[in-house]
Design a binder for this molecule. Structure first.
Ligand code: UDP
Ligand code: MG
Length: 320
């Protein structure tokens, strides 16, 4: 009955963990008292190869509290993999899974609202921040630019939602059926489909400690997001190639006119024409190869070709 697991990735989070356990524990126990979730609901901390005392703390708390559990990675595998591992382990026993960062930036009071939405029958509930006041000007601008680039490339993201969300059991199972290795979960969840809702919250400052996502990691993540979901950059090469060929035709006319007028030194005309024409032809050829690589790219992902929400054929056949 409505077993909830809250999955929390942790990387060097010893400073915030005591507070996180307290706050999430309160929320969980309130929900249990209200009878909205099962009594054996859990918090699952995923220690992503922390170098500090994070794992010792998780072990200590799991001895102290029956609802605290943990996974320890053999080394650092990154935030997205930590989320995936937590979901993979939790989905066996859970009816719903909430993922939330350890640093308490995402307001834990949105959890009961998410659970309410789940009880109303939604499968995917996105936590969406309604203001970015606590982000730096730079982070706000870059995030905005990122969302608009992704949209232009045909990737469907829910703006201002990160990895704070509730997924039902079947939505989690569907997400886990996406076998790709370059994980960009916030791009994958909308692909899962099902009935979805949004819960708004104000994002706070980190409770303690520093961001584990420095600029270089963030850029890498953004680039991963683009290249894991879109082959639009390949199409860009094709357009560039076509443009170059068009320019080469104009160039050809110009060069021939100049030649007829006798304004040129010998060799210039043939050089000009071949440079532009060959450049264009090469770009187009690269884009053709790119198209095939793009097809391979989508094939090797082994994404499910469809996900069924409802079906009654099997039921009817059973009682035939
Ligand atoms: N995290 C992780 N592995 C990493 C980096 C981060 O599990 O390699 C966790 C981290 O402990 C936190 C969450 O991912 O719970 C988000 O990280 P952070 O708050 O530092 O990112 P920011 O909010 O600054 O984008
Ligand atoms: Mg954070």
């Amino acid at each position: 009955m409505n077993l909830l697991t809250i999955v929390v990735p942790c990387y060097n989070e010893e400073e915030v963990l005591p507070e996180t356990v307290k706050e999430l524990g309160n929320i969980l126990n309130n929900l249990i008292d209200e009878g909205k979730i099962a009594t054996d609901s859990k918090i699952l901390f995923v220690n992503d190869g922390s170098k500090d005392k994070t794992w010792q703390l998780i072990s200590k708390y799991s001895n102290e509290y029956p609802y605290v559990t943990g996974i320890k990675f053999s080394r650092n595998y990154g935030h997205q993999n930590a989320l995936l591992a937590g979901m993979t382990i939790a989905v066996r026993y859970s009816d719903m899974i909430i993922t939330i960062d350890a640093d308490l930036q995402d307001d834990v009071n949105a959890i009961p609202k998410m659970v309410d939405k789940y009880l109303e029958g939604y499968d995917v509930i996105y936590g969406v921040r309604n203001s970015r006041k606590t982000d730096t000007f730079f982070k706000r601008r870059t995030a905005l630019a990122f969302y608009s680039i992704m949209k232009k490339m045909g990737v469907n993201l829910v703006p201002d939602s990160a990895d704070y969300r509730l997924l039902s059991k079947r939505a989690t199972e569907s997400l886990l059926a996406f076998k790709e290795r370059n994980l960009f979960l916030r791009g994958m969840v909308p692909l899962v489909g099902y009935k979805s809702a949004k819960v708004y919250y104000a994002r706070k400052e980190r409770f303690a400690g520093e961001s584990k996502y420095p600029l270089s990691k963030m850029l890498h993540f953004a680039l991963d997001g683009i290249t894991s979901f879109s082959i639009a950059p390949i199409h860009l090469i094709l357009y560039l190639g076509l443009l170059t060929v068009a320019i080469s035709i104009i160039c050809m006319i110009y060069v021939l006119v100049e030649k007829c007028l006798g304004h040129v030194v010998s060799g210039w005309s043939s050089l000009m024409i071949s440079i532009w024409l060959l450049g264009g032809v090469q770009l187009i050829s690269i884009s053709v190869i790119g198209e095939y690589i793009g097809k391979i790219f989508f094939e090797v992902k082994h994404r499910p070709r469809f996900l069924i929400e409802k079906e009654n054929y099997t039921d009817k056949m059973k009682y035939k």
